[in-house]
Design a protein around this ligand. Sequence first.
Ligand code: AMP
Ligand code: MG
Length: 442
Amino acid sequence: MTKPPINNPKPIDDCFLHDKDRLTHQEALEILKTNITPISTAQTCATSEALNQVLAQTLTAPRPIPAHRNAAVDGYAFHHGNYDAQKGTRFKVTQRVTAGDPLLDTIAPDTAARIFTGAVMPTNLDTVVMQEDVTTQTDETGKIWVTIPGGMKPQANCRQAGEDTKQDDPLVKAGTKLKPQHIAAIASAGITQIPVYSPLKIASLSTGNEIIRDEKHFQLGKVFDSNGPMLQALAKTQNCQVQDLGIIKDDQPAIEATLLEAAKTHDVIITSGGASKGEEDHMISTLEKIGTRHMWQLAIKPGRPLCFGTIKSFGTIKNLEKPNDTLFIGLPGNPVAAFVCFILYVIPMLARLGGQTWPEPTRFKIPANFSINKKKPDRREFMRGTLVTQDGQACVKKFPKDGSGLIQSLTQADGLIEIEEDLTNLEQGQLVNFLPFSQWGL
Ligand code: AMP
Ligand code: MG
């Protein structure tokens, strides 16, 4: 079977393809982008509890924000039409207006009001001078006079109603993952309950006869499970509800039983290991038996065996607690490959399934402080990179070793260096794509 054209992506249903027939990074993303739609349902949440939730409906301002014209500084409010902008003006201070205690009447336009930050502007005054810029005097009758120097512009230091958001304008758009600043915008409109998408239910499991968690099982050949805790932590950064299904042996019936059980109650099952073509790899054959495999084998490094499919929730499974098919994501066993695949493919998938728009990663062009000689063409590589300063200029350093089992390459990195398919040689100082981990909250 040949590669699908990029503008008409189709699932590739063939295994063990030669390198050149593997899906490219872009092709894989196109397929995922085209096929994945939100599955979460909306629920109500208190605005104050909505951090990292995804807004299910665009919210508009029910009234202008700020709702009232008010003073931006502590000072004196006056009517600019009664003020000499060349020479300055002396006003009698006839009122005092504090925040939360508005003046209901107008004041004589040739007089000023003592005013404080946030206080509603008296209706017929339009300009505020800072208290630091004036001099005041008290006359023999005890009245206060304020001398305002020249140079004040009309409406200075006065916040207009609606200057932040006009009535009926959008406050935050549907599909936004809510950050503290979005919560501030919603709260500023007095909205205390909001519709958000329910978090995705994720099941995570590790596979491999050599994989253990408990130190008392440690012996020759055993490997501690780093993928399970890592993938669960990654899913939690995406606001998912994660259930740990532990470690399953390289045993087809055991894998099948676990996947079928997990599919009853989870939106997505994420596994690591056993997704290659070895005789002890049972993930793909099990998925083909109980569901549909949509693609695997990518022309990327690290992370070649990535499997994505669905497990039918109808027919084979009774007593369903959910209506959708369950999405299956089989990640490579090597921890670095699993991590890289998670951030490149799984994060956008989870974002979209959970109601967000498909997020595109941010790439910066940074000079490389390394060179590359004869990289394989037709394969995209994601190296681990650290930002460093050399001769006063920011550049990116590559982790010296390539192994996809080297977890230190992740802990010491600031992000991924992306070497595209057609880039086979790179000279020191040449610009490379750098994808910082911080954009994923990592
Ligand atoms: P596999 O994809 O099952 O062929 O595994 C590839 C490599 O990743 C092997 O060296 C495994 O021991 C290692 N590996 C698989 N699963 C895990 C895991 N959960 N934690 C750490 N290493 C793993
Ligand atoms: Mg294995």
